[in-house]
Design a protein around this ligand. Structure first.
Ligand SMILES: [Zn+2]
Length: 420
């Protein structure tokens, strides 16, 4: 069990929804309702800070009912819902309330919300913060949906002082639109064509722009889904100068590589794209040396029809659904590289809880913390069968892959919400 003193045999005592005490392995009150985890790992529930639920408005892509059940099955006890692809997008308080209303009675894990920063809504940021959003999100390139426009440098210059005052992080999709290449006129089934259309230079350039803006207004900035280790040099530098910048990567960049993506296999399409083997290894090195703070799923589903484009990567929706698989996918890569489960708990529970502003009550197993817990076995493996996924849609590039890390049970606020 993860205890304040490290990973060791222990018992966790839960009273109502909180952890009352962490005690010795055999210190069990006689009247306790005992759940014996055997030799499995008892870890804080995963906090996934990057999930697109899409309800209301695009519930046929993914909704709160299916998303939170998939989360529970994957050991995820808290999700942060992205402000797009629902309709309305979460760019004002009325839209946030519509989200909360849509979620009511449907969720079995904790759901927190991210507000959107779009051109023209700077004056909504404070009221969104007052209404409880945990962070803001913006795009520097077109987002893929019309109702969530990308911001310009001027928009950012105006918003950063407000965000600095509010103390909430700005999560940024960092690709510089000037560095992206247009789609071929007839599209393409060749993965390398898609890869070449979104080069590393786009990510690097956008990150440099953001850091430049942070020099003037040191609001918290978090770079989502970094796909290339080269992008991290500027971030290391900025941190060394004291700028409050953090960075995440995603399970798919750590699992797949461009060399193994067949032409026409649009289930692998996401933006920025999955890059080559060398890049994947460099991302792992950056995660292991702390240059990357955390891992979030970027669970971004769509109906299967939007991936069925006769293999045209440019016409297909960009997004990979992996909420249920992210813990196992990351652990599978981590164990191959000699990493420990403690590092998983840092990347996917503690660091993401800090990013989400919930670290006072989540991301640790300790007295006074919420009883959000995953019990899992790191030595057992399973083959991903799409029909066993609880995501609304079963399309997945993980189909047929063997992953290590089997979730046995998941508890939210002391209640068991999943049993494997
Ligand atoms: Zn996303």
């Amino acid at each position: 069990m993860f205890t304040p003193a490290g990973l060791r045999p222990a018992s966790v005592h839960i009273a109502s929804s909180r952890i009352d005490a962490v005690a010795g392995w055999d210190e069990i009150p006689t009247d306790a309702n005992l759940v014996d985890a055997g030799t499995d790992i008892v870890m804080p529930g995963v906090v996934d800070t990057h999930v697109h639920v899409n309800e209301p408005g695009r519930t046929e892509w993914e909704g709160f009912h299916s998303a939170t059940r998939a989360a529970a099955a994957g050991g995820v006890t808290t999700i942060l819902d992205m402000p797009l692809n629902s309709i309305p997008a979460t760019t004002n308080v009325a839209a946030l309330e519509a989200k909360r209303e849509a979620a009511r009675g449907q969720t079995i894990v904790n759901v927190e919300y991210i507000g959107g920063l779009v051109p023209g809504n700077r004056r909504e940021l404070e009221s969104l913060a007052d209404a409880g959003v945990r962070a803001f999100k913006c795009f520097l390139t077109p987002s893929g949906v019309d109702e969530f426009a990308n911001v310009s440098e001027n928009d950012l210059r105006a918003a950063l002082p407000v965000l600095r005052r509010l103390g909430l992080p700005l999560m940024v999709h960092a690709e510089d639109p000037r560095e992206l290449r247009p789609a071929p006129r007839d599209g393409s089934r060749v993965y390398d064509d898609y890869l070449a259309s979104r080069p590393v230079a786009a990510e690097r350039s956008a990150i440099r722009t953001l850091i430049g803006l942070m020099e003037d207004h040191a609001a918290r900035v978090h770079i989502v889904h970094v796909s290339a280790a080269e992008s991290l040099e500027a971030i290391r530098d900025a941190r060394a100068r004291g700028l409050p910048i953090t960075v995440e990567t995603c399970p798919h960049y750590l699992t797949f590589a461009a060399e193994e993506i067949p032409d026409g296999a649009t289930e692998y399409k996401c933006a920025p794209p999955i890059r080559d083997i060398e890049e994947r290894d460099a991302l792992w090195a950056a995660l292991l040396d702390g240059s990357i703070d955390c891992v979030a799923s970027d669970h971004s589903p769509c109906p299967p029809s939007m991936k069925e484009t006769d293999g045209d990567f440019f016409a297909a929706w960009g997004g990979i659904a992996s909420l249920q698989l992210s813990l196992a996918a990351v652990w599978t890569g981590a164990r191959l590289r000699g990493a420990k489960v403690e590092q998983i708990a840092e990347w996917m529970c503690a660091a993401t809880a800090r990013l989400a502003g919930v670290a006072a009550t989540k991301g640790r197993i300790a007295s006074g913390y919420d009883a959000d817990i995953v019990v899992w076995n790191p030595d057992l493996s399973f083959v991903v069968e799409p029909e066993k996924l609880l995501h609304r849609h079963r399309v997945t590039p993980y189909a047929g892959r063997t992953l290590y890390g089997v979730v046995r049970s998941t508890f939210v606020a002391g209640e068991q919400v999943y049993t494997g």
